[in-house]
Design a binder for this molecule. Structure first.
Ligand SMILES: Nc1ccc(Br)nc1
Length: 446
């Protein structure tokens, strides 16, 4: 398949058509395994999607931030058995420092918040769109990089931060033409699992490991999950208690099963559902106790968007992480956020027939009708560009090619610089949609 590097390297073409015979030193033309090129047509779709990410971030009054893709490995080393840590794309740099291509963005956000210290008035509402990496054995042929839109709120302890974040997700889906009949957002709270573990006197240090294992529900069989939970040292009745609670689908069931112990979790969730009514996105969300998310540091509300046909992996996900900063040696700041990848959403849009048709569009093509008019053509081009027109200055082509090119790039106008017109200070303009044609003073062309 052309996208895997196991195929023989394509010999570079020599300006002609079709590969020349592969010679010595032919470089591998495919990108590294599990990574993607973005040629123009792919890049237009990516830009379209990212522009929506940015516009929603603007609507919710978030500020854009950015960080190096390369971070200290220590930022991501956690002992909870997360897939993200097991697949860390890490290495020693030439200075012997342990570094990693970031697998997620939240730790970088936390690092920057700590760096900024208390000088930054809270709350902070930050977003970024960045590439994230994992090193996975290619046996499963999965990608090793994707782009993630991250929205995070620092300094808001209550669920109104989660309510804002969920509105961002809903606004994004609505802008893409996705309806609540296509996608839902299931939410729960890790406090639910904490209550179950406390009820069974499970030591608190096992909490994150249990969450990481439970998150594999739906990807692994229930028996495998039970075996993994037992292997962490959980008593079997605790395992059964966890499995039973995870099947709960309503807050009233949750209250019945867990009683007052779950009061805090239930209160958070009820408040969030109430906010949802006020924001107007209640039909997008549902309680589902099986949602725990697979990152060790979540401490409260967790949520993920899913396709209701159940064919795709989670489209995005996130949650509250009130104790991440102290793991980096700082004072804790309440925080919550989500990550929204660029791959599953595109699959969903393809399935729903919602992918936009994004063709190239240029305002003007300027073409000198003979060689000694290249200077005047450049002058006309420069003036149009200074007026904000996108201009393709075409040289050394036959007029027939120029018309074909104009069609290919959906140009609005063709500006022809001819000898006799130029001597009178004029150029000829063709409006390509109407075939209307007229002369205009070169200096007055806008
Ligand atoms: N964390 C992570 C990174 C890269 C990909 Br592809 N998926 C998940």
């Amino acid at each position: 398949c052309a996208s895997s590097s196991s195929s023989p390297p394509l010999a570079p073409t020599h300006g002609g058509h079709g590969p020349a015979a592969a010679g010595p030193g032919v470089v591998e033309l495919n990108p590294p395994r599990g990574t993607r090129d973005f040629p123009p047509e792919e890049m237009r779709l990516r830009t379209w999607l990212f522009d929506h990410f940015r516009e929603v971030s603007r609507l919710i009054a978030f500020e854009e931030v950015d960080f190096p893709v390369l971070e200290s490995e220590a930022l991501f080393v956690r002992k909870a058995g997360e897939e993200i840590a097991e697949q860390l794309y890490s290495f020693a740099d030439k200075g012997g420092r342990r570094v990693a291509l970031r697998p997620e963005i939240t730790p970088s956000l936390a690092r920057l918040v700590i760096r900024r210290g208390t000088s930054a008035p809270l709350p902070l509402k930050w977003f970024t769109i960045g590439q994230c990496w994992r090193y996975e054995r290619m046996t499963r042929g999965r990608r090793r990089e994707h782009y993630q839109w991250n929205m995070d709120v620092f300094g808001v302890p209550g669920v109104r931060a989660e309510a804002e974040l969920i509105q961002a997700i809903v606004l994004l889906f609505e802008r893409l033409g996705v309806a609540s009949s296509d996608v839902g957002i299931r939410l729960s709270s890790r406090k639910v699992l904490q209550v179950v573990l406390d009820m069974h006197s499970v030591p608190r240090h096992l909490f994150t490991q249990v969450c990481v294992i439970v998150d594999k529900l739906g990807k692994m069989s229930r028996d495998e999950i039970e075996r993994e939970l037992i292997s962490t040292g959980l008593p079997s009745e605790a395992v059964q208690g966890i499995i039973d609670v995870l099947s709960l689908k309503s807050l009233s069931e949750l209250e019945q099963v867990l009683g007052s112990g779950a009061a805090e979790a239930v209160a958070d969730l009820k408040k969030l559902f109430s906010f949802a009514e006020h924001y107007g996105y209640a039909d997008w969300i549902c309680f589902d106790a099986s949602v725990v998310r697979g990152l060790a540091y979540y401490t409260g509300i967790v949520f993920e968007a899913f396709d209701r046909q159940g064919e795709l992996r989670a489209i995005c996900g996130g949650g509250r992480y009130d104790r991440l900063l102290s793991t980096f040696g700082s004072e804790d700041v309440p925080a919550c956020g989500f990550g929204f990848g660029d791959a599953v959403i595109v699959k969903l849009l393809k399935e729903k027939g919602l992918l936009p048709h994004l063709s190239r569009q240029i305002d003007d093509i300027v073409f000198p009708l003979d060689g000694e008019l290249q200077g005047p053509a450049s002058c006309v081009t420069s003036s149009l560009r200074k007026n904000g027109r996108s201009v393709d200055l075409v040289q050394d082509k036959r007029l027939k090619w120029v018309f074909k090119h104009a069609e290919r790039v959906n140009a609005s106008r063709l500006v022809l610089v001819g000898k006799s017109e130029w001597e009178r200070g004029m150029v000829r303009v063709k409006i390509l949609s109407t075939r209307e044609e007229f002369e205009v003073k070169a200096g007055e062309l806008q």
